[in-house]
Ligand binder design. Structure first.
Ligand code: BGC
Length: 386
């Protein structure tokens, strides 16, 4: 045999061994990410749907629990400065409280339109649509039977690098008054760098409006009876949207500078929350949309809880974030750590398009047409500061 042929054979053999090894490693990663998802029975709804709970665990032992009702996150743990993992999202202790109303939208996927639409109506291509009026004169979070009340199909993504769930829900044409059959897919991934990644996609068969978000309430202290006013918050937004009495944006895009809404430099949530300010009175605290600086997937907010050392960073490609300081939590329910869920015991950072966009032409559009794909991504990443 010629020397070159021998060399070629050796090269081929080396490549083959390398290839086989790579395949083996890949399948190990896949089966490991599968192993890191446990499924258990969660409860049965009044409609007779049997609900499952999916527990995702990453290599550090961080856990995410999700149910196929409302795509709800029922638990998410994060480490403190001593490495102790504790649940950091508010939730109910009884499954029925999620199934029968979930008045605070704890942990839920929100759609098809997160936040408020004024007077529960909008006009699209010359046609007016009346949608469910469930918040005074307005429509909130997709109506009473929004996506937070729906049964979502859940699959585990076997080929994903990290434990990943794919949730799917098809909303019928006319559901809660919205036009178009909307197919929505949401991916929840728990990465090894302690991040929860949420990717949304949706498609429609008629022109419609879409604004999807996640409604987890965070309390980084791990004690759900403690107010979140001691958490330090920074938001990369130089402007916010002032609201009217029913929390609909007036249309003004106001500079935060010199107002209690200035979180451009980190400060505690409690620092100015009780200031004598007309906007804070309207929201009974913070319940407003910030216009985020920049665009594309970027870091938009950071929260630090000094006592525990926990840090949560939020990244999104959305133009806005609703910072809600849990003003309407009213102590009616038992928390997962005992005691009652009093006011301001959790905060939300709901990444989204602006409220009432379908009625406010100066806001970025939330319209989705057939043939277009709605896509959006948000990451909640946890770390510690000592
Ligand atoms: C809204 C609040 C509302 C809450 C319901 C938030 O997204 O901004 O006004 O009360 O959801 O839990």
């Amino acid at each position: 045999m010629k020397k070159t042929s021998i060399n070629l054979i050796i090269l081929f053999a080396v490549l083959c061994i390398f290839g086989c090894n790579k395949k083996e490693n890949q399948s190990k990663t896949h089966s490991e990410s599968m192993k890191n998802i446990q499924v258990s029975d969660y409860g049965v709804t009044s409609k007779g749907d049997s609900i499952k709970k999916y527990t995702l665990t990453n290599k550090n032992g961080m856990k995410l629990e999700v149910i196929n009702f409302g795509g709800i996150i029922t638990s998410l743990t994060a480490p403190d400065k001593n490495g102790k993992y504790q649940d950091v999202v508010l939730g109910f202790t009884k499954p029925e409280d999620y199934f029968n109303g979930n008045p605070y939208y704890f942990g839920a996927l929100i759609g098809r339109y997160g936040n408020r639409i004024a007077n529960a109506k909008f006009t699209l291509e010359g046609k007016t649509f009346n949608i469910d009026k469930n918040d005074g004169p307005n429509s909130l979070h997709g109506g009473k039977e929004g996506f937070h009340t729906k049964f979502w199909n859940i699959e585990q993504i076997k080929e994903a690098q990290f434990p990943t769930l794919k949730l799917t829900y098809t909303s019928a044409d006319g559901e809660e008054g919205f036009p178009g059959t909307l197919t929505t897919t949401v991916l929840y991934t728990l990465t090894d760098d302690n991040a929860l990644e949420i990717s949304y996609e949706a498609e429609t068969d008629k022109p419609t409006v879409v604004n999807l978000t996640q409604h987890s309430y965070f309390n980084l202290s791990g004690n759900f009876t403690k107010e979140i006013t001691d958490h330090e918050l920074q938001i990369n937004g130089d402007q916010f949207l002032p609201v009217n009495e029913t929390l609909i944006p007036t249309g003004e895009q106001k500079a935060v500078k010199g107002t209690p809404f200035d979180f451009t430099v980190s400060k505690t949530i409690g620092k100015d929350i009780n200031a004598d300010d007309d906007q804070l009175k309207k929201g009974k605290g913070y319940d407003h949309n910030w216009i985020l600086n920049g665009n594309g997937l970027r870091s938009i907010a950071k929260v630090y809880h000094p006592e525990s050392g926990r840090v949560m960073e939020v990244l999104t490609d959305e133009p806005g974030v609703q910072f809600y300081s849990g003003n309407f939590l009213d102590g009616k329910y038992e928390t997962k750590t005992g005691g009652k869920n009093g006011t301001r015991t959790g905060f939300c950072l709901e990444t989204q398009h602006f409220p009432d966009s379908p009625n406010q032409p100066s806001f970025p559009s939330t319209e989705l047409k057939p043939g277009q794909k709605y896509q959006s991504k948000t990451i909640y990443k946890f770390s510690v500061k000592k």
